[in-house]
Design a protein around this ligand. Structure first.
Ligand code: MD3
Ligand code: FE
Length: 207
């Protein structure tokens, strides 16, 4: 584990290959029940390059008319989100030690061209709760800034099986995904290979 900045804990290679594959199979099941969708930017309606879905009680969605928010139903099927796999609840407990369970797990799927611009996570009611991110598949170049947009940022790679916990003073830092790196050593877990090159799971408290 390395504490990149106060409150940001990087667990490189936290999940071994067998655990990555088992988790990927469960996420393939989530995607089968709750198809990937494209969120659009508030006001402009510009599509995001990352495709998404969720599991858990609440899911993150965005569209032109109503903007960023959490919803209990899938935006196109209208179904409730699939349950969070117990493995994710276990990882949350083990890595965050937070007394309440995560309410949302956002599944972000990146193809080779997808990116995520620098932003803060502020659609949640309780900024005191940590965030847990788990990466599968291709490496990415991840950017972690300060609490103001113009603050200097550091960049580092997130690889398959890595976990990142954002808590305390790191919770409100700007962050983004600069680019997906070509896959060399790491293979996409077979269960997720049909969807994209990189999958990130972001577990959060919402209410
Ligand atoms: C640092 N996802 O969905 S996860 C997002 O890789 C999001 O898909 C990225 O940012 C991804 O909102 C990054 C790692 C992460 C998540 C939340 C953070 C890093 C963070 C909150 C504060 C600081
Ligand atoms: Fe974010």
């Amino acid at each position: 584990m390395s504490e990149i900045v106060p409150g940001a804990f990087h667990y490189a290679g936290f999940l071994d290959k067998a655990e990555q594959t088992a988790l990927a199979e469960e996420i393939a099941g989530v995607i089968a029940a709750a198809p990937l969708y494209v969120s659009t930017m508030p006001k402009t309606g510009a599509p995001m390059s990352v495709r998404m879905t969720n599991c858990g009680v609440l899911g993150w969605v965005s569209d032109k008319e109503r903007g960023y928010r959490y919803e209990a139903q899938h935006p196109t099927t209208g179904d409730p989100w699939p349950a969070m796999p117990p493995r994710l609840l276990y990882l949350w407990n083990e890595l965050t030690r937070y007394p309440k369970p995560p309410e949302a797990c956002l599944v972000n799927v990146y193809d080779e061209k997808a990116r995520m611009g620098l932003h803060q996570d502020k659609d949640e009611a309780d900024f005191g709760a940590p965030i847990l991110s788990i990466s599968l598949g291709a490496d990415c170049r991840f950017r972690l800034g300060g609490t103001r947009r113009g603050d200097p940022a550091i960049a580092f790679a997130l690889a398959s099986g890595d976990a990142l916990v954002l808590s305390g003073p790191a919770r409100m830092r700007y962050h983004g995904v600069d680019r997906i790196l070509p896959m060399i050593a790491t293979l996409m877990p077979p269960a997720l290979a049909p969807f994209g090159a990189r999958v990130n799971l972001t577990l959060r408290r919402v209410t």
